[in-house]
Design a binder for this molecule. Structure first.
Ligand code: GLU
Length: 438
C-alpha cells in the first residue's frame, strides 16, 4: 500500500511550490488508493509559529486536500528521535561532540564512500561525490532533531513508501540515505520535483505578483482552478487537455508524467483556467465559493441565499473570471456603496426629462406584484409605449440608476435580482442625485 506524506515547516505563508508538493502527494495517494499523511516539521524553534501551522491546515482544507493521518507534530515526538540517536551512539554510528558554535550535539558518522548514488523516479540516477559529505548533526544541543534526521526517523516510523518533494532537497538525500543505513532501514522511493519559475524564468518571488496560497484565495480563485493550474506546472495528462476537474486529475495523475525540467508560472493561464472553472461549476458549488469568498474577503457585503445565487450564476457565469470579479463587476448587488460611472451619469442621467422618466418608472415598477424579469420587462415596455419613446431611452437611465454603469447583464433579470425595494430606492436615489447637483 502506497503511503506518502506532506511535511511542511510552519515558518511562513504557504508558498506555491509547497502547495504543488502537497497536491502531487495527495493526487498520487488518491490515484493509488493509498494514504496521505500530514506531518508538521516544527523542529526549528525560533522560526515555527502556530499561525503558520494554522495557515497550512486551513489552506489544505480549503483546497480539499484531506489527510488520512495526522497532523503529526515533530515537536511532540522528540523522544522518538532521541531514542533513535541513542541507539546509534550505542552502536558506534553516532557520537557527541561539543563545540563553541553548536554546543553539545549528536553527530551521525557519514560512511566513507567515493560515490553516493541516489535513484530518483524523476531524475533517475544522481551521483554525488561522497567526499563532500561530512559527519552531520542529528540532534541539536537543545534536544531537538535536525530536519535530515527527524525526517528519516519519521518516514521509517510512518512506513512512507514514496517521498515526493521539491528538488531543493536533492542535496539532503545523501545524508538521509546515510541515516537509513545506520538505522538499518531501507529507504523509500524518491521523486524530486523540478522548480516552479516566474514568468521571466527567474526564481518565483514577490516581484511576479502573489506567491502565497492565501493571496490567491483572497483574489478569488476557486480552489479547483488552483489545483488544476498547479497540477499542470510540471505534469500533464499526456494529451492536450488543460481543463481538468478533481476526478480527472485523480484518475490521470502519475509520477511517470512529471517533467524533468522546471515550469513557468503563467498568471494568464491561471486566469483562463479560473474562468473555465467558474463557468463549469455547478450552481451549488458556485454558491458555496461565492458565499465563502464574500464572507471572508468582503465583510459588509450582503450575503444572499442559495436560490438567489443560482439565478445570479446563470446571469454571470460567462462574465466572471474569478470571485474577485464579484467585487469589481457586480459590487452593486452586494453593497450600497458602489461607484457611478461619471460619464454615464453625465450622458444619460443628466438629460432633459430623465428625472421625470425615472419617477414614472418607479411608479410602474412599484405597481408590480410579481417582481420577476418578465413582469419588469412588461411594465417598462408599457411605460415606454405610453410615453411614445424608444425602449432604450427608458432602459438606459434605469440601468445607470440601478447599477451605476451603462453595461450590465440583462436589465430585467438584474433588477429582479436586486429586488423591488432596492430597485425603487436606487431610482429615487438617482433622481435625488441629479436634482441636488443642478
Ligand atoms: N520540511 C521540509 C520542507 O518543507 C520537508 C521536506 C521533505 O519533504 O522531506 O521542505
Amino acid at each position: 500500500m502506497i503511503r506518502v506524506r506532506f511535511a511542511p515547516a510552519p515558518t511562513g505563508f504557504m508558498h506555491m511550490g509547497n502547495v504543488r508538493t502537497a497536491i502531487y502527494n495527495w493526487l498520487f495517494a488518491r490515484h493509488q488508493k493509498g494514504s496521505f499523511i500530514l506531518r508538521i516539521e516544527d523542529t526549528d524553534r525560533t522560526r515555527s509559529t502556530p499561525e503558520a501551522t494554522q495557515a497550512i491546515l486551513d489552506g489544505l482544507a480549503w483546497l480539499g486536500l484531506n489527510w488520512d493521518e495526522g497532523p503529526f507534530f515533530q515537536s511532540q515526538r522528540l523522544g522518538l528521535y532521541n531514542d533513535a540517536a541513542q541507539k546509534l551512539i550505542t552502536k558506534g554510528q553516532a557520537y557527541y561532540r561539543e563545540d563553541a558554535q553548536k554546543g553539545k550535539a549528536i553527530y551521525l558518522k557519514m560512511p566513507e564512500k567515493e560515490k553516493i548514488e541516489v535513484f530518483d523516479l524523476i531524475h533517475e540516477k544522481i551521483v554525488f561525490d561522497g567526499r563532500l559529505f561530512d559527519d552531520f548533526v542529528i540532534v541539536k544541543s537543545d534536544g531537538f532533531p535536525t530536519y535530515n534526521f527527524a525526517c528519516v526517523v519519521d518516514d521509517v516510523d510512518f512506513k512512507i513508501t514514496d517521498v515526493i518533494r521539491g528538488d531543493e532537497h536533492i542535496s539532503n538525500t545523501p545524508r538521509q540515505l546515510a541515516a537509513y543505513e545506520a538505522l538499518q532501514e531501507s529507504p523509500p522511493r524518491f521523486a524530486h520535483l523540478p522548480m516552479i519559475l516566474g514568468s521571466d524564468g527567474g526564481k518565483l518571488s514577490k516581484r511576479h505578483g502573489a506567491t502565497s496560497l492565501e493571496e490567491y484565495k483572497a483574489r478569488g480563485f476557486p480552489p479547483g482552478a488552483l489545483l488544476n493550474f498547479l497540477a499542470l506546472l510540471g505534469w500533464s495528462p499526456g494529451d492536450n487537455r488543460e481543463f481538468l476537474n478533481l476526478d480527472e486529475l485523480i484518475s490521470e495523475f502519475s509520477l511517470a508524467r512529471i517533467r524533468k525540467t522546471s515550469s513557468q508560472f503563467d498568471e494568464h493561464k491561471l486566469l483562463w483556467l479560473s474562468a473555465e472553472h467558474v463557468r463549469n461549476a455547478s450552481p451549488q458549488e458556485f454558491t458555496r465559493w461565492a458565499s465563502e469568498f464574500l464572507k471572508e474577503e468582503a465583510p459588509g457585503f450582503e450575503i444572499k441565499d442559495e436560490a438567489w445565487w443560482g439565478r445570479f450564476f446563470t446571469l454571470y457565469r460567462e462574465r466572471l473570471k474569478t470571485l474577485g470579479d464579484l467585487i469589481t463587476q457586480a459590487r452593486f448587488f452586494f453593497h450600497e456603496d458602489f461607484q457611478f460611472d461619471e460619464e454615464a451619469v453625465d450622458k444619460i442621467l443628466r438629460q432633459e426629462g430623465v428625472p421625470e422618466l425615472l419617477e414614472e418608472a418607479q411608479e410602474s415598477l412599484k405597481a408590480l406584484e410579481d417582481f420577476s424579469a418578465e413582469e419588469i420587462e412588461r411594465g417598462l415596455r408599457d411605460l415606454a409605449g405610453k410615453r411614445g419613446i424608444g425602449f432604450g431611452k427608458l432602459a438606459q437611465p434605469v440601468r445607470v440608476a440601478a447599477t451605476g454603469t451603462r453595461v450590465s447583464a440583462s436589465l430585467f433579470e438584474t433588477l429582479s435580482l436586486l429586488g423591488k425595494n432596492c430597485t425603487l430606492k436606487r431610482l429615487s436615489g438617482a433622481v435625488k442625485m441629479i436634482q441636488d447637483k443642478r
